[in-house]
Design a protein around this ligand. Structure first.
Ligand code: C2E
Ligand code: MG
Ligand code: MG
Ligand code: MG
Length: 282
């Protein structure tokens, strides 16, 4: 079944999101209040370059420090934020927050980009590209330090608008990666047309290596596809040395996963970066 994603498929044109629905239903009041009160926090998970053995970037992952329930993972609130549209203002907060953390991260010695997840829902905002550009300007953020992670779902939505958005931002030096690659539907022609620099192999395939012949074949195929299209490839969810060794053997560029580090709060991430700068071995 999972091979489906590698088939050609013409993306269906979605209905435009009716704005009135969003206005009438409003955002979830508790989540809206949490956003106002800055209860959300970005954690950072390092990406490791397999040739240098060094931290070459990070992914920003949102958490909710709920006053009573404690730390909440994104799976418990992101779907709700997408449904109500709150992900749009929240998404801008996330970009600003990563921008605020950037100077300290660079100061600690990290040279790569920070990956920020963009939900398909955020692309329904016509002003996505121009708002991001304005945020970059207002907060003096270097577009060379930012990378946006999209899923195949986002690409399938409204091809032309998504394409314009990606092109407008990449002209400014922002990069784009394709997240959870292999689990959705993407057409090879779109992969080639869009300025996407990186494919992220979904954890579900990485889980099966080494040992599961199908997963091994899929991982190898994605690595080759990426390289043949002149893109970088990252394996997500690397938890064991055996997985790491398989990926090194098959020429994967970067890895991310609990084997190196879980996503951690900013201060711990800074410590991690400065410590690794000194050791720099796998
Ligand atoms: P994602 O973008 O695919 O992020 C990778 C997820 O895999 C993260 O879960 C990360 O903690 C987890 N992960 C990384 N390495 C390992 C590993 O070795 N083992 C295991 N078991 N898990 C690993 P997390 O942080 O819970 O985020 C889940 C999803 O929520 C993300 O998937 C992304 O789709 C969404 N999300 C997270 N932060 C944001 C955000 O700031 N904005 C948006 N729009 N979505 C976000
Ligand atoms: Mg991601
Ligand atoms: Mg992913
Ligand atoms: Mg995911």
């Amino acid at each position: 079944i999972r091979y489906c994603s590698l088939h050609f498929r013409t993306p269906a044109k979605p209905e435009p999101a009716p704005l009135t629905d969003q206005v009438l239903s409003g955002y979830d009041p508790e989540l809206w209040r949490a956003l106002q009160k800055e209860e959300f926090e970005l954690f950072y998970q390092p990406r490791i370059d397999l040739r240098q053995g060094e931290i070459c970037g990070a992914e920003a992952l949102i958490r909710w420090r709920h006053p009573e329930k404690g730390l909440q993972s994104p799976d418990t609130f992101i779907p709700q934020c997408e449904a109500s549209g709150l992900i749009v203002p929240m998404g801008y907060w996330i970009i600003q927050e990563a921008g605020r953390a950037l100077p300290a991260i660079q100061e600690a010695g990290m040279e790569g980009r920070i990956g920020i997840n963009l939900s398909f829902r955020q692309f329904q905002d016509t002003y996505l590209a121009s708002t991001i550009e304005r945020l970059l300007d207002e907060h003096n953020m270097s577009s060379q330090a930012m990378e946006f992670e999209l899923t195949e779902t986002a690409l399938c939505n409204d091809e032309e608008h998504v394409r314009n958005t990606i092109e407008q931002l990449s002209r400014r030096g922002v990069e784009f990666s394709l997240d959870d690659f292999g689990t959705g539907y993407s057409s090879f022609s779109l992969l080639q047309k869009l300025p996407i620099t990186t494919l992220k192999i979904d954890k579900s395939f990485v889980d099966g290596i080494p040992g599961n012949p199908d997963d091994e074949e899929i991982v190898r195929a994605i690595i080759n596809l990426a390289h043949n299209l002149n893109k970088q490839v990252i394996a997500e969810g690397v938890e064991t040395r055996a997985q790491l060794e398989f990926l090194i053997r098959h020429d994967c560029d970067q890895v991310q996963g609990f084997f190196f580090s879980r996503p951690v709060p900013l201060d711990q991430f800074l410590t991690l970066v400065s410590r690794r700068q000194k050791q720099s071995s796998l």
